[in-house]
Design a protein around this ligand. Sequence first.
Ligand code: NAD
Length: 434
Amino acid sequence: MNLCMIGTGYVGLVSGTCFADLGNKVYCVDKDIDKIKKLNLSISPIYEPGLDELIKKNRSDGRLIFTNNLKKAVKDSDIIFICVGTPNKKNSKEVDLKYVYSAVKNIIKHVSEKKILITKSTVPVGTGDSIEKIIKKNRKKYIEVVSNPEFLREGEAIRDFRFPDRIVVGSNNKNIFKILNKLYQPLVNKGAKFFTTSRRGAELIKYASNAFLATKITFINEIANLCEKTNINIEDISLGIGSDSRIGGRFLRAGPAFAGSCFPKDTKGLVSTGDKFKIDLSVVKSVIKSNQKRKILHTKRINKIIGNIKNKKIAFLGVTFKPNTDDMRDSTSLNMIPYICKHGGKVFYYDPTGEKKQFKKIKNCIFKSNIKEACKNVDLIILHTDWDEFKSLEFNKIVKRKGFKVYDLRNLYNCEYMKSKNIKYYSIGRPDIS
Ligand code: NAD
């Protein structure tokens, strides 16, 4: 099939490239001219393992086309996927749909025959209905509006595209299911569940999924707080409850507040939809509140660990919200690093995906290009993101001074092991054995 992806971010670029790899001809369009220029040199604007190679291969096979020529891309395609961002409005829980509507208006200018227009972006219940109204107003009734939310995870996006648990398609027209089933056939053949529902149903499945996962994380994080006070190991609790097949063990690892480009904004977006329909989504509301508190709790804990932050040297390992991505959106590091620097501490940070523009203007926040450089002579090491390269560090060799401490937000190390090395070690939800 001929496909067009509008927006070449984490979702549009990965799914567009993967669709091309399945043999489709895919146009990827973005309003960001620099992104398209880079992509035409086979340089990915994002860090996602395996993506560069896949882009190169499919570009050279002529199936993957990066362009700013929306008109040609739309005219040549049977299916158009909207993959633009859907952030929250400034200081509001409400979802800002301006990128979606702007994309719709631009697309429909170039449509003069039957097309399927799919929202892959995460959009609130009823957005498809609003898009349909715009289409009707423009007398382009032959455009079919469908919801096909995306569930891939950054860092594992290619694998998630190829082996999804389920593909959700929401439409009010049953013929659409046949066409999309054909498009997704290679994935269905490998075991993906092809799940059909109403358009509104698909829109809500995406928000409800993310809110549920965020709830699971928040729940275990709160239990971790209790473990810290009661000298219990949170990992035993996670295993103990996660072994119940009704609960399941995933998303039960205690750590920092949930972050990233989806959970924070989608939990708020769902509450806002609830408010619109006068439904009090009190569970999700308290999840948002608890998560916000957790950001502060971990930041303030730095004081408890090293006392006065002033003039202390702190190594910060990993600043992205999770490993294998360069995505900084809503990362806890955005709270912690400015806090340390504001209180007179000096931060040396290292991230495998390089320096971050978010910290460039912060005084006393310095990027180091490797772990050793970041950790030399520090008072405290904060393990913020669980990149593999942080999992087997020989702290006593890399820190060139005595009495340093380690604050591990990901429970990457064994407490007894750290004690045996005479390292003062602080982790999440585990008994203090120092
Ligand atoms: P992103 O910010 O990485 O990418 C969005 C892209 O759209 C940008 O490159 C931007 O320039 C482009 N764009 C905006 N308006 C445009 C227009 N009118 N025409 C052409 N290009 C336009 O966003 P993302 O992380 O890929 O997320 C996209 C959507 O997918 C969001 O709704 C998000 O919630 C959802 N989603 C994201 C993930 C994820 O892990 N990032 C996972 C599942 C779903």
